[in-house]
Design a protein around this ligand. Structure first.
Ligand code: ADP
Ligand code: MG
Length: 332
């Protein structure tokens, strides 16, 4: 199978929304009047972002999911994406499930594959997504990292920390009951981009980011770009880990090798969660609840934004907790 057969077989489909899709030198997209394009790019490198043994179907899902998550964090509606792929060899047994996983998620979000590049080389997957954000009264409706205000509530969607737990099991540093691993593994390998929530939060959230490197690290970007500080409730954060809930509710005890501090570390700095972390004024609480409801996405209030800069962690009684949690940084 040559390069062009490969593209034809696995990645070329009739254009639907795009004016021109795969097959020419450029794809053509018609931007709707009164909108801006939101563009983001994320690369997955074997050994760095995924293990070489990862199921190609799940990898296809994840490659697009992490990009859709960026659109979600901006409140952008997915339109199209491109795929730059380096492959060691043209292997049907890998390409068929990979493209299936990728295109299934694309179809679920009406996000069309319109082009890309294919080369031989060490496995590397780079997706660029294009989304649409309305402009109302000359103002972009995009959710940015820079809009958090002192007094705003701080929220996170879904659950955090489980992807990290699954990674630790893969690394062999711990073992957990099969139901816990299966659920956590789904979070690591097939994250759910919170696109509907991001759209529902337009005009409500003052700032937003998606949690990819770890909750506190990503919160740090909001704080820096908004010029504010925050207080985060560590007890609420620990309870956001679905696996933790399993241990406390289903098993009802802690005779495991996982200590309380370990749980908290995964919640606050675990990474690979792809949840939305966002701020909104207290006056918008009903609107936030309505956005969570319409998007069918659980949302939890985990703290608030302060005028005083810096990050403060507190326990359930409001007592300060030392911050020893560091998020992922490729070059740290
Ligand atoms: P060019 O040499 O002009 O860059 P290519 O020969 O690399 O074009 O690609 C031919 C067509 O196939 C282009 O429309 C390109 O966007 C598309 N394409 C290449 N690789 C992929 C891929 N992995 N997924 C989707 N489209 C692809
Ligand atoms: Mg090319």
């Amino acid at each position: 199978m040559g390069e062009f057969d490969l593209i034809e077989r696995y990645f070329k489909r009739p254009a639907s929304r795009a004016v021109l899709g795969v097959g020419d030198d450029c794809a053509l997209l018609q931007a709707a009047p009164g909108t801006q394009l939101a563009i983001s790019c994320d690369m997955l490198v074997e050994g760095r972002h995924f293990l070489s043994t990862m199921d190609p179907f799940k990898l296809g899902h994840k490659a697009l999911a992490v990009n859709l998550s960026d659109l979600a964090a901006c409140g952008a509606k997915p339109l199209a994406f491109t795929l730059a792929l380096a492959l060691p060899r043209a292997d049907d047994a890998w390409l068929a499930p990979f493209s299936k996983g990728l295109l299934a998620l694309a179809d679920a979000h009406g996000c069309e594959l319109v082009g890309g590049d294919t080369t031989q080389g060490p496995l590397n997957i780079c997706v660029t997504v294009f989304g649409e954000v309305p402009v109302v009264n000359a103002r972009s409706q995009a959710l940015l990292r820079s809009g958090a205000q002192a007094g705003d509530d701080l929220y996170v969607s879904g659950t955090v920390g489980d992807a990290r737990l699954a990674l630790e099991v893969f690394r062999g540093t711990l073992s957990v009951p099969a139901p816990v691993f299966d659920a956590a593994r789904l979070r690591l390998e097939q994250p759910t981009p919170r696109v509907a929530l991001g759209l529902a939060l337009r005009g409500i959230a003052t700032a937003a980011i998606d949690v990819s490197d770890g909750l506190l690290g990503d919160l740090g970007h909001i704080l820096k770009q908004s010029g504010v500080g925050a207080t985060v409730d560590t007890e609420v954060a620990t309870n956001l880990i679905a696996s933790y809930a399993y241990y406390t509710r289903a098993i009802g005890q802690f005779d495991t090798e996982i200590g309380q501090d370990q749980w908290l570390n995964w919640a606050l700095a675990g990474g690979d969660d792809y949840e939305l972390l966002f701020t909104a004024p207290p006056a918008a609480r009903t609107l936030v609840a309505a956005a969570a409801h319409t998007s069918q996405t659980p949302v939890t209030h985990i703290g608030h934004i302060t005028l005083e800069r810096g990050l403060r962690l507190v326990d359930g009684d409001g007592q300060s907790v030392p911050n020893t949690y560091t998020s992922f940084d490729h070059f740290a």
